[in-house]
Design a protein around this ligand. Structure first.
Ligand SMILES: Nc1ncnc2c1ncn2[C@@H]1O[C@H](COP(=O)(O)OP(=O)(O)O)[C@@H](O)[C@H]1O
Ligand SMILES: [Mg+2]
Length: 227
């Protein structure tokens, strides 16, 4: 089943003195259950594309449809609400809340969704177990390694039961062992829990694991290969 469709999506940054045409006429369809990588050199438009997919930024023109909703038309609290219930984010720099423990970081999203306390705790434990951190519930981000922090971020992204997870260069700051470990967890979640993952990378090892590789250059899709 189709989860996301991009139709002739363009992004022109016009806020600085130079005009940057970051994404040029991208057409893409993502299906439920995909494990897809967006690859391309630095500056090719990966982050811009993922931000638009996640409703964090708007296309200059074109359309993005997620489960029949035209997300570029959503504004304010309707957009925030849509994101909260449909999309999980994982960032290159983890973006955990430093004063909260691993457990609290994961619980936070469910709190905003109004999930009752008992259910929240149950699901948090289950999720942190799944990413191999069942024994680190009360650790704060500073007490965890980069790889562990990113696994908390994956658990947090899953907490809202999103339709898909967007990950922007999730392994960029990780050593090779933590990279492998994170990829194994993402792959397991994809295969066993049918979580759809769309991630960007320029790491060849990460690319190899993807079942679909979309290559972008200068804001254009130049290759789209399914394995
Ligand atoms: N907020 C912004 N304002 C102006 N230009 C930007 C902004 N964000 C990104 N760009 C430019 O858009 C292009 C694509 O950037 P980006 O999407 O970050 O690429 P990537 O993630 O592949 O490195 C680059 O030329 C970058 O300098
Ligand atoms: Mg980027």
């Amino acid at each position: 089943m189709k989860v996301i469709e991009l139709k002739n999506v363009e992004k022109i940054y016009n806020d600085s003195e130079v005009k940057v045409h970051a994404v040029r006429g991208v057409d893409l369809i993502f299906e439920e259950g995909e494990f897809a990588a967006i690859v391309g050199p630095s500056g090719s438009g990966k982050t811009t594309l993922l931000n638009m997919l996640g409703g964090l930024d708007k296309p200059t023109s074109g359309d993005i449809v997620i489960s029949d909703i035209h997300i570029s038309e959503l504004t304010g609290s309707r957009l925030i609400d849509f994101r909260l219930h449909n999309i999980g984010f994982v960032f290159q720099s983890y973006n955990l809340i430093p004063v909260l423990t691993a457990k609290e970081n994961v619980e936070f999203i469910m709190q905003m969704q109004g999930v009752p306390a008992k259910k929240r705790l149950e699901r948090t434990k289950e999720l942190l177990n799944e990413v191999g951190l069942g024994d680190r519930l009360d650790s704060r981000p500073a007490q965890l390694s980069g790889g562990q922090q990113q696994r908390v971020a994956v658990a947090r992204a899953l907490a809202s039961k999103p339709k898909f997870i967007l990950a922007d260069e999730p392994t960029a700051n990780l050593d090779s062992k933590s990279t492998e470990n994170l990829l194994d967890i993402m792959e397991k979640l994809n295969k066993e829990e049918h979580i759809t993952f769309i991630f960007s990378t320029h790491d060849a090892r990460v690319m190899k694991k993807a079942r679909r590789v979309i290559t972008i250059e200068d804001g254009k899709v130049i290759r789209d290969e399914k394995k």
